[in-house]
Design a protein around this ligand. Structure first.
Ligand SMILES: *Cc1c(COP(=O)(O)O)cnc(C)c1O
Length: 441
């Protein structure tokens, strides 16, 4: 490096780290993070991408905008309510406050009056039982997959899990229900065919080796045409005859029937029809944190809770707090989006279209997250040129629109109403930066 090399002008690390702004940033960022920001920006200057005099201001800007988490809030403009890639259900205000409470020391496993250890997550358990009186007991574990694993392992052991071939589904990337069940040593006894399974199919499969009967709601796909399945109440009679437990995995998390989704099964109905234990996710239609709910007969739930696997799969205090608050508090955003008032939704969409100078088109929302496949939720979207999508995703706030049919569609169903103005600003900014000629490309 010669004496005239501009790289000599790049500020040194120790001088930069001593800057008062960077010292202050240590109150919220770790040393390693700050050092890596400094180094990255120095490197940019060394390679000539950045002028030496811009190094310090660039570092200060990077440090001030850097948070300890790299997760960024996203405005969900897809119309897909339970969006797996966006973390499924956004939490209610009550659930968010509960998370903050639970972040410190809390009595999650402690009876304060007596000063002795108590049952973990008693509050969440009581809230679930209050909301779903058909359940004698409830247990929350890490997620729906964990709940299914626990139920089949504890009830079937190395015996057989009898299940219809039409219900052996793949739920999402890397989650095939049959592989999960067999991973702990239980064996699958498949009955019937892909499109039709009869009671007699179950009947002839049951024997001394049977551990439990399993019925799975094939959440994310639908078979139509020449089909038949066996309902929970019919399976109940069979389970009684042979004295085997009946597990029903619903996935969706509806605790009670919802008129907007008439085809979607619910926990209460499955219990009334005779399931010994019903499984549902906490972060699908229930609208809460990631959790797997097991609701059902007291004796069966107690058996699951006693199994060694229950400890490995247990819900953490944050999830328990948010779950209780979701069930006990105001309707969560998932419920609000599912029941969005069409007049209001249309009015908001028209206001946004007018504010940004684009057209309103009809657009169906969806439940998503592997729930209610093929059930459209009629609504509207603002239609932007396709090229706006990337700018929206990378803007501030980040907005995830739907790209479809050569257009960028902004659906307000899952946007909190008090964010409408920020959304309009983000759309205006994206349209302003749209290079000419990318319309529809
Ligand atoms: C979603 C789903 C699961 C898995 O639940 P997670 O909470 O995602 O682990 C299991 N079974 C069914 C039927 C589902 O729909």
């Amino acid at each position: 490096m010669g004496t005239n090399d501009p790289r000599r002008l790049i500020p040194r690390t120790d001088r930069l780290l001593a800057h008062p702004e960077l010292r202050r940033a240590r109150g919220r960022l770790g040393d390693e993070v700050i050092r890596s920001i400094v180094q990255d920006i120095q490197d940019q200057a060394r390679s000539g991408e950045l002028a030496p005099e811009d190094v310090e201001p660039e570092i200060l800007a990077a440090v001030s905008s850097r948070a300890a988490t790299s997760l960024r809030p996203v405005l969900n403009a897809t119309g897909v309510i339970v969006h797996t890639n966006l973390g499924r259900a956004p939490l209610s205000e009550s659930a968010r406050r509960a998370l903050l409470t639970a972040a410190g020391y809390v009595d999650v496993e402690m009876d304060l009056p007596s000063g002795t250890r108590s049952r973990r997550g008693a509050g969440a358990r009581q809230a679930l039982m209050r909301t779903c009186p058909a359940a004698e007991d409830a247990l929350a574990v890490n997620n729906g997959a964990a709940a299914l694993l626990l139920a089949t392992t504890a009830l079937a052991g190395t015996g057989e899990v009898v299940v219809s071939r039409g219900e052996l589904v793949e739920i999402g990337a890397g989650f095939r229900l049959p592989e999960l069940i067999e991973s702990t040593g239980a064996r699958l006894r498949e009955v019937g065919t892909t499109n039709r399974t009869h009671l007699s199919d179950y009947e002839s499969a049951i024997g001394a080796q049977t551990g439990c009967l399993l019925k799975v709601h094939p959440s994310n796909f639908r078979i139509s045409g020449f089909t038949s399945g066996v309902g929970v109440s019919e399976l109940r009679s069979l389970a009684d005859e042979h004295d085997v437990p009946l597990v029903v995995d619903l996935g969706s998390g509806l605790l009670a029937p919802d008129p907007v989704l008439p085809e979607e099964p619910d926990v209460a109905s499955a219990l009334v029809s005779g399931a010994d234990v019903v499984i549902a996710s906490g972060d699908k239609l229930l609208g809460g944190p990631q959790a797997g709910l097991l609701l059902g007969r007291a004796e069966v739930i107690a058996r699951l809770a006693r199994h060694p696997l229950a400890r490995a799969l247990r819900a953490d205090k944050l999830a328990l707090a948010a779950l209780e608050a979701t069930v006990s508090g105001e309707a969560p955003p998932v419920t609000a989006a599912l029941h969005a008032d069409p007049v209001r939704l249309r009015g908001r969409t028209e206001a946004l279209a007018e504010a940004v100078g684009c057209a309103v088109v009809e657009h169906d929302g969806r439940v998503g997250g592997g729930g209610a496949p093929g059930v459209p939720l009629p609504g509207w979207a603002v239609r932007l040129p396709e090229g706006a999508a990337r700018l929206l995703r990378t803007g501030s706030p980040a907005v995830l629109p739907r790209v479809h049919g050569g257009a960028c569609l902004v659906d307000l169903r899952c946007i909190p109403e008090d964010e409408d103005e920020r959304l309009a600003d983000a759309v205006r900014a994206a349209l302003a930066h749209q290079p000419l000629g990318t319309e529809g490309s």
